[in-house]
Write a protein that binds this ligand. Structure first.
Ligand SMILES: Cc1cc2nc3c(=O)[nH]c(=O)nc-3n(C[C@H](O)[C@H](O)[C@H](O)COP(=O)(O)O)c2cc1C
Length: 339
């Protein structure tokens, strides 16, 4: 499978909704990922979980990431994910959050390589699309587990590996140690994607040069800031104008409402205001003001009042997007659980 650029948009729970992924593709990410989806949720046809499996036509190539601890349910989930239209199935062996690790899923599987391999081979057998794995360096600080487990996962069927070289214990503190990424690249015959602390073109270039990785993955730097992706790909790209920022935020809000419904979107979007309006783009109290408004309609009006020229940019953006019916792929109705 060919990825059109060496830049991947990271899977982020609570962030990587379809609107985020489609925007990432527009700004040059060669591959975008869903947030991690629970295989137990898929097995039980949980309405909200199935909502994560909605794939838009213009977000391809898309990886859908699944997590779980049972090879059989992971394989079953993989079949659903493939039917939903994923170009890749990614398996999460990196999540450090207790709610996930206590079920034996996520990063804990790095300490149980046999089970991890059984999961990968069950998923690879069930799927016809490539299966990839995203992992951390190991559970404990200083761990080099990823270097032992990585090659075994490839033997079990992983077609690429993404490494976020922090320990699970570290969560997001400290720095990503990409010397491990370089070692992993030397050990495995498949593409390795480097994740962690890439925020600029200079970082991306340094990590690619230093590790020999096939691509870099960008997460937090792209939250409310798709221009980070554009800057990484094009050193001459100008910073966004205030009008562009407001137009992208409003488009993101509208798309998110379409996806999550007004009620869920209203609380989901609150964290994005600061992310979009920060970076010295708008004064800080402006964000506070938006968060306190009761409806998204009021937020839109306030944003447009702050940057009236955004109307025009927004009209242009909306005209360029494929319209409603073209967006959702023609898939089995059973997966559209709503939510
Ligand atoms: C809010 C948040 C949610 C995340 N959720 C996931 C997830 O669902 N699956 C996953 O593999 N990684 C997840 N990650 C980790 C990121 O994909 C990425 O590896 C990590 O943030 C390091 O990259 P960065 O420095 O570019 O942010 C998450 C990170 C953040 C900040």
């Amino acid at each position: 499978m060919e990825i059109p650029s060496r830049l991947v948009l990271a899977p982020m729970a609570g962030v990587s909704v379809q609107a985020f992924r489609r925007q990432g593709r527009r700004f040059g990410a060669g591959l975008v990922c869903s947030e991690m989806v629970s295989c137990a949720g898929i097995e039980h046809r949980n309405e909200r979980t199935l909502g994560y499996l909605r794939v838009a036509a213009d977000e391809h190539p898309l990886a859908i990431q699944i997590f779980g601890s049972e090879p059989r349910t992971m394989a079953e989930a993989a079949r659903m994910v493939e039917a939903a239209g994923a170009a890749l199935i990614d398996i999460n062996f990196g999540c450090p959050v207790r709610k996930v690790t206590k079920t034996g899923a996520g990063a804990t599987l790095l300490d149980d390589p046999e089970r991890a391999c059984r999961i990968v081979s069950a998923v690879a057998e069930a799927a016809t699309v490539p299966v990839t794995v995203k992992m951390r360096r190991g559970l404990r600080d200083g761990s080099r587990t990823c270097l032992e487990v990585g090659p075994r996962l490839v033997e079990a069927g992983a077609a690429a590996l993404t490494l976020h070289p922090r320990s699970a214990h570290q969560m997001y503190t400290g720095t990503a140690d990409h010397s491990l990424t370089a070692e992993l690249v030397d050990l495995v015959p498949v593409p390795v994607i480097a994740s962690g602390d890439v925020t600029s073109r200079a970082d991306a270039q340094a990590v690619l040069d230093r590790t020999g990785a096939a691509a870099v993955m960008v997460g937090r730097a792209a939250q409310g800031n798709p221009w980070a992706l554009r800057e990484i790909l094009d050193p001459d790209a100008p910073p966004p104008t205030r009008e562009e920022v407001v137009a992208e935020l409003i488009l993101f809000m509208r798309e998110t409402v379409r996806e999550l419904g007004e009620r869920r979107a209203t609380s989901f979007l609150k964290k994005f205001y600061g992310w979009y309006l920060g970076h010295g783009r708008f004064p800080r109290p402006f964000k506070q003001e938006l968060v306190q408004l009761a409806t998204l309609e009021e937020v839109e009006l306030r944003l447009l009042a702050a940057a009236p020229g955004a109307h025009e940019v927004l009209d242009r953006l909306e005209a360029e997007l494929p319209s409603g019916d073209d967006v959702l792929l023609d898939l089995p109705i059973s997966i559209y659980g709503g939510g």
